[in-house]
Design a protein around this ligand. Structure first.
Ligand code: NDP
Ligand code: HSE
Length: 435
């Protein structure tokens, strides 16, 4: 298929007709005239590839367009919309489309975060465009925001709640006192979490999105392999209650920051649960909603908020890419190319600054707190606050919040505390953000 639709018709192939794909079909059928008026191109859906054509579909899905031969379908399209998910066969199909000059629109963060450079290189080789608004935070136009709206600014930090399932679980734990297990079961019942919720609760879905956001924000290639990740399985209802009592909430955050160490600029990218002050804008993000806060030198703080998942919201982001792609096919022009000129180094634990809350159980006798404070001092970690809960049977619970220190120093401190004779248990270590 040609890279420009000279007859004003843009042929669209849809790969996948599940939660998102089916809604894309609906929106194309219901609002096709609007998309034509906006793009100047008549969008013709030429086929829908699925795993099994015999499966029952939503009533608006035209059965005659269904095919199990995705490879053949890709050869007939100007724009390929990939909504299969996962790595293969999505990767092979997307590469084939791009190298033949077709535009690809995808919502596949797993594929982008693992094989982004290969996909962008294929787009370059095929003089093709790659759009992926739906890959991060569903309906929220944060990819466009970073890639285009903020192209004239210098971004210093991106903090996001980019996984709806985990935000729903943490919110239910915080607001209704549910246990992690009960909140997860509820998320599964409501269809937010998959039967196998690993990618969500262990933070891998958020890590893929963090890699994409960091790549865009800092003009540097970041892969999912570069993102240290901690999920939410170990958070308890008690942690939530204590966070509330100290004026905080716990959220699973994707955090990407520009960092300077010994005069060298770099970036750090992380996914972990974090304590946020209740007044922080991300603390007010409830349920399965997503939000991304971007801090930029000239623009200051911006916040993008909305539905991060679901068929129709995600299809909205897909359609915005399809309309832009169709417009380029008819009128010329390209999507912005991958921008990696900055090539900033990734700063590891030795240089990345963080604050942590460390909860301990220790012997309730004179001198034990001094010993604990001594470990902090010897590791060069300053203490910001200490709270002691009621001593029970000679054991006290202590919550210590550190000042900013390197992750490496904080890790060493925690490792030494675990070995300290007066410390019965290191109960938890949680990052503190936004203070
Ligand atoms: P679903 O699992 O609901 O749908 C996947 C579709 O792909 C199904 O129609 C399936 O066919 C089809 N498919 C699977 N394997 C093949 C194959 N080998 N060849 C052809 N078709 C195949 O996924 P979603 O719609 O939820 O997600 C699609 C993409 O969008 C993913 O990358 C996801 O990460 C992303 N996304 C999803 C969001 C959401 O809320 N669901 C939000 C943001 C992004 P069949 O129907 O026959 O089984
Ligand atoms: N599982 C993801 C979430 C879907 O819960 O946010 C969108 O990527």
């Amino acid at each position: 298929m040609s890279t420009s639709a000279t007859d004003g018709v843009v042929r669209v192939a849809l790969l996948g007709c599940g939660t998102v794909g089916s809604q894309v079909v609906r929106l194309l059928r219901e609002h096709g005239d609007d998309w034509t008026a906006r793009s100047g191109a008549k969008l013709e859906l030429v086929g829908i590839a699925v795993r099994d054509t015999a499966t029952e579909r939503d009533p608006w899905v035209p059965r005659e367009l269904l095919t199990e031969d995705a490879e053949e379908l890709v050869t007939r399209a100007d724009v390929v919309v990939e909504l299969i998910g996962g790595i293969e066969p999505a990767r092979t199909l997307v590469l084939r489309a791009l190298t033949s000059g077709a535009t690809v629109v995808t919502g596949n963060k797993a594929l982008l975060a693992a094989h982004g450079p290969e996909l962008h290189a294929a787009a370059e080789a095929g003089d093709a465009d790659l759009y992926y608004e739906a890959a991060v935070a569903g309906a929220i136009p944060v990819v466009y925001g970073l890639r285009e709206s903020l192209a004239g600014d210098k971004i210093t930090a991106v903090l996001g709640i980019v996984n709806g399932t985990t935000n729903y679980i943490l919110d239910e734990m915080a607001t209704r006192g549910l246990s992690f297990e009960t909140a997860l079961a509820q998320a599964q019942e409501l269809g937010y979490a998959e039967a196998d919720p690993t990618a969500d609760v262990d933070g891998h879905d958020a890590a893929a999105k963090a890699a994409i956001l960091a790549s865009l924000a800092f003009h540097t290639r970041v892969s999912i392999e570069d993102v240290p990740v901690t999920g939410i399985r170990s958070i308890t209802a008690e942690d939530m209650a204590e966070a509330r009592d100290s004026g905080h909430v716990i959220k699973l955050l994707a955090v990407a920051r520009r960092t300077v160490t010994d005069g060298t600029e770099g970036i750090s990218v992380r996914v972990h649960p974090a304590l946020l002050p209740a007044a922080h804008p991300l603390a007010a993000v409830h349920g399965a909603f997503n939000a991304v806060v971007v801090e930029a030198e000239s623009a200051g703080r911006l916040m993008f908020y909305g539905q991060g998942a679901g068929g129709a919201p995600t299809a909205s982001a897909v359609l915005s890419d399809v309309v832009a792609a169709a417009s380029h096919k008819v009128h010329g022009g390209h999507a912005p190319r991958e921008s990696t000129y900055a090539e900033l180094p990734l700063h590891g634990p030795a240089t990345t600054a963080a604050r942590s809350q460390i909860k301990l159980r220790l012997a309730d006798r004179p001198g034990t707190l001094a010993a604990v404070a001594g470990v902090f001092g010897e590791e060069g970690v300053s203490i910001d606050s200490v709270r002691q809960q009621r001593a029970d049977d000679g054991v006290a619970s202590i919550t210590i919040v550190s000042d900013v220190a390197t992750e490496a120093a904080l890790d060493r401190t925690v490792a030494r505390l675990a070995e300290e004779p007066s410390v019965h248990e290191v109960i938890s270590v949680t990052r503190v953000e936004g203070a």
